[in-house]
Design a binder for this molecule. Structure first.
Ligand SMILES: [Zn+2]
Length: 369
């Protein structure tokens, strides 16, 4: 079983839009109330409130019951994630934050309260027109109603699908190192960068951000400028999604085996790189590869990312590799290789270690050393 996301534009009426907005407002208030309560409880009793206590507080919020319950769970998870990171020694881990209405954008329906036919029926908003540009094939598990910064509304469905498994496509194996400068380095030596149009959006965001920073705080103009930044962000997100769709499609059709670092855990992302990882779209790419692989006759494997840049892929010597050092120069065996390429080999090696017929660097080793 795999989970797949479907995102459709919805067109609420003026009245529905107002009501949806009110519910985002309720969601924001509930989130902040629960957080406030958690902080107070900790201050007075030296412990955080239980899941039951938070859940009880979320009753009678005015929203659909499961929607408010889900907010209680998210507050609880946010707190526990914070506690866990702190315990692991991460000083920078942040406690969940109070939200303004601009930061509360979605309403979640974890199980029920909605029904999808030609229109979308959602409690308590009744029928909302929806444009379904793809047919949903599996079983719908959850619904998220989302208001983007542009004011457009979307319905996102998480759908459980039974993948059609194809025999291996018989192509070669590859290790992939994901980076910030170069999006992906393959163990056969090719490098994939973010295309120019993505960088153009990034530049424009930086520019609009500066414009917005120059406006007076709290002024109408500043609000307008901020909205422009948000709209540009939305464009960037869509462009990147298109690009990642094409890239993942090409990869699963060009290789029979793809090894990647397991960067899925949010904790790891926060500990090592801060926010940048999320912006780079790695999680999105990994997810796309995962769900596209099987029907393309490709296998995607995730390996432990620890030390992949520090270890020599030839002799397994280990040394420090500060981010600024772009080449791996091994003092033990003389291996002289691009930093990311060395990592890509290690990733492939780790994924194929012990498997029948695996050679040290997999099929990718036809690159000049
Ligand atoms: Zn070496």
């Amino acid at each position: 079983m795999t989970m797949k996301m479907y995102r459709f534009r919805i067109y609420p009426s003026k009245a529905q839009e107002k009501q949806l907005g009110q519910h985002l407002w309720l969601a924001k208030n509930l989130w902040n109330d629960l957080l406030e309560h958690s902080k107070n409880t900790y201050r007075n009793f030296d412990k955080f409130p239980s899941r039951d206590a938070l859940q009880l507080m979320s009753k009678d919020s005015g929203m659909y019951s499961q929607t408010s319950q889900e907010i209680a769970h998210r507050v609880e998870n946010g707190i526990w994630r914070y506690v866990k990171l702190r315990k692991a020694g991460n000083r920078k881990a942040g406690f969940p934050r109070f939200r303004s209405i601009d930061r509360m954008r979605s309403l979640h329906y974890p199980q029920s309260g909605f029904w999808l036919g030609n229109e979308l029926k959602v409690t308590p908003f009744a029928e909302i027109p929806i444009v379904q540009h793809r047919r949903i094939k599996g079983k719908i598990k959850t619904l998220t109603l989302k208001r983007e910064a542009s004011g457009k509304w979307f319905a996102c469905f998480a759908v459980e699908e039974t993948p059609v498994i194809k025999a291996s496509n018989g192509k070669s194996r590859i290790g992939v190192d994901l980076g910030l400068k170069t999006l992906a380095t393959l163990s056969n030596g090719s490098k994939i960068s973010n295309p120019r149009h993505i960088r153009k959006h990034q530049d424009k965001i930086a520019f609009l951000q500066r414009v917005s920073d120059r406006k007076k705080k709290g002024s109408k103009n500043r609000k307008k400028a901020k909205r422009n930044v948000a709209i540009e962000f939305e464009k960037l997100k869509n462009t990147r999604k298109d690009f990642l769709h094409r890239l993942s499609h090409n990869l699963v059709n060009s290789y029979s085996f793809i090894a990647l670092e397991d960067l899925a855990s949010q904790e790891l992302a926060e500990m090592n790189f801060g926010k940048q990882i999320n912006d780079a779209g790695w999680g999105e790419l990994a997810n796309m590869l995962r769900y596209k692989a099987e029907s393309a006759g490709c296998e995607v494997v995730f390996v432990n990312p620890e030390g992949t840049t520090k270890i020599c892929c030839i002799c397994e010597n280990k040394m420090d590799m500060p981010l600024a050092v772009r080449g791996y120069d091994c003092p033990m065996c003389g291996n002289h290789m691009d930093r990311d390429l060395n990592a890509a080999y290690n990733i492939l090696k780790r994924a194929t270690a012990g498997s029948a017929g695996s050679n040290a660097c997999g099929d990718g080793l036809h690159v000049r050393l």
